[in-house]
Design a protein around this ligand. Structure first.
Ligand code: SF4
Length: 222
């Protein structure tokens, strides 16, 4: 896109501070079912599901955890079997050796430092083996304590297209978003962008004709 065109597009839609609320409201009305796609019944299952979801799809994780969570109900259960058995049980999620190592390390720490409970602050969550900032953000947010904004591939693409950030690095994008998005929306905001990204603002071919924020988007092709 030529620079003058970008400038013109940004001028047309107005400053991002004025657009953010209508963007959130319209996406929330459009994607009322926007929520995490992982299936879990407890905080521990949430943590395990998010850890397993690295480099694979939520559908795939749900398929594996359906059986996994029948067998592994508490942190001790993950340590009671041979590492190879846990590896086999999570094999289909990919990177199973690494993930099994991280799961065991995390369960050990939960038992040693948190009485077997899942902590809910970002600082504590990122200390768990294999729990990076994105995983911690997802878990904290689902526990009702969002302390940042989850930036995955959809959030990154849509934030850029909507002109909410000029950054490319997820950590820097998150820094821009937390300054812009009202705190009470930190939890649902990524879900809205993820679902909009899956259904409408598709990576290769955004469906701008069907987009509810078309007049608020500097990248609109309409
Ligand atoms: S107008 Fe087009 S580019 Fe902008 S958010 Fe909608 S679908 Fe994506």
């Amino acid at each position: 896109m030529a620079k003058s065109y970008v400038h013109e597009a940004r001028r047309r839609v107005g400053p991002k501070r004025q657009r953010i609320r209508p963007v959130i409201e319209r996406l929330a009305a459009e994607h009322q079912d926007a929520a995490i796609a992982l299936t879990f019944r407890s905080e521990l299952e949430l943590l395990v599901s998010v850890m397993l979801s690295a480099q694979t799809t939520d559908v795939n994780v749900n398929r594996v955890t359906e059986r996994l969570f029948e067998k592994y109900r508490k942190p001790e259960d993950y340590l009671a079997v041979e590492p190879e058995e846990l590896e086999r049980d999570i094999f289909a999620t990919g990177f199973y050796r690494q993930k099994a190592r991280w799961l065991r390390g995390t369960m050990r720490m939960l038992l040693d430092d948190y009485d077997g409970e899942v902590p809910d602050t970002l600082e504590e969550l990122v200390k768990l083996p294999g729990v990076a900032r994105k995983t911690a953000n997802v878990v904290a947010s689902e526990l009702g304590r969002p302390q940042g904004i989850v930036v995955d591939t959809h959030v990154r693409r849509l934030s850029q297209r909507l002109g909410l950030t000029k950054q490319d690095d997820p950590v820097k994008i998150e820094r821009d978003l937390v300054k812009l998005v009202p705190r009470e929306d930190w939890g649902r905001f990524p879900h809205l962008l993820i679902w909009h990204g899956r259904r409408v603002c598709i990576a290769r071919r955004p469906r701008c004709d069907d987009c509810v924020v078309v007049d608020l988007c500097p990248s609109s092709r309409v």
